[in-house]
Design a protein around this ligand. Sequence first.
Ligand SMILES: C[S@@+](CC[C@H](N)C(=O)[O-])C[C@H]1O[C@@H](n2cnc3c(N)ncnc32)[C@H](O)[C@@H]1O
Ligand SMILES: Nc1nc2[nH]cc(C(=O)O)c2c(=O)[nH]1
Ligand code: SF4
Ligand SMILES: [Mg+2]
Length: 208
Amino acid sequence: MTYAVKECFLTLQGEGAQTGSRAVFLRFAGCNLWSGREQDRDTAQCRFCDTDFVGTDGLNGGKFADAATLANRVEEIWDGGPDHRLVVITGGEPMLQLDSALVDALHARGFRIAAESNGTLPATPGIDWLCISPKAGTEVVQRTGDELKLVWPQAGIDPATLENWDFRHFLVQPMDGPEGTVEASIALAMARPRWRLSLQAHKVVGLA
Ligand SMILES: C[S@@+](CC[C@H](N)C(=O)[O-])C[C@H]1O[C@@H](n2cnc3c(N)ncnc32)[C@H](O)[C@@H]1O
Ligand SMILES: Nc1nc2[nH]cc(C(=O)O)c2c(=O)[nH]1
Ligand code: SF4
Ligand SMILES: [Mg+2]
């Protein structure tokens, strides 16, 4: 199948339990919870998004005709040896496009595959590190994974109800933007020790 890629770049993972790891970020275009247009934000299912995922005009973006072509580009962007290869597949919503052909092509090139998803679509099998970030008012069908990353505060979500979902790590991440406060996330981590604070480290140090 053809993949629509917004951008693809080398950086350090800035969020979650793998913060600090060198990784190729593969950002797919499009999301099922927001069109990505500012005029639609107030009526979208997800209203706090910090990301431009519209179109294919970003760094190394474009339409990729097949899995091998896209995986080869990821390998070029890694620009390093065969060890500790990590690709973080994000978006937009990656489960709209990530398929087993791409999982296999990346694994064949030695990559460990991490993915960031809103959990409203079942995760593609074969992902090595799955991060699910629930959005208030949506039906999260993917309730197993490696890390649950709750952007906070979000009216309509009670963190206590998430704690029996099957994740190894529970992370609370301050919402960036006009309504965000770091204090609310600190308060949650202090009140409920299951949760750890995830700061968006890339924004602190000025990485992409
Ligand atoms: C841009 S999303 C793409 C992946 C997927 N659509 C999702 O929502 O998980 C990547 C991560 O950024 C988080 N995020 C989005 N907007 C944010 C904001 N304003 N502040 C903090 N985290 C945010 C999301 O919750 C998700 O964990
Ligand atoms: N450095 C860096 N780390 C990230 N972790 C998750 C990101 C995302 O947008 O999905 C992201 C991102 O955009 N940049
Ligand atoms: S689900 Fe993810 S990509 Fe989609 S609008 Fe929300 S944060 Fe952005
Ligand atoms: Mg981001």
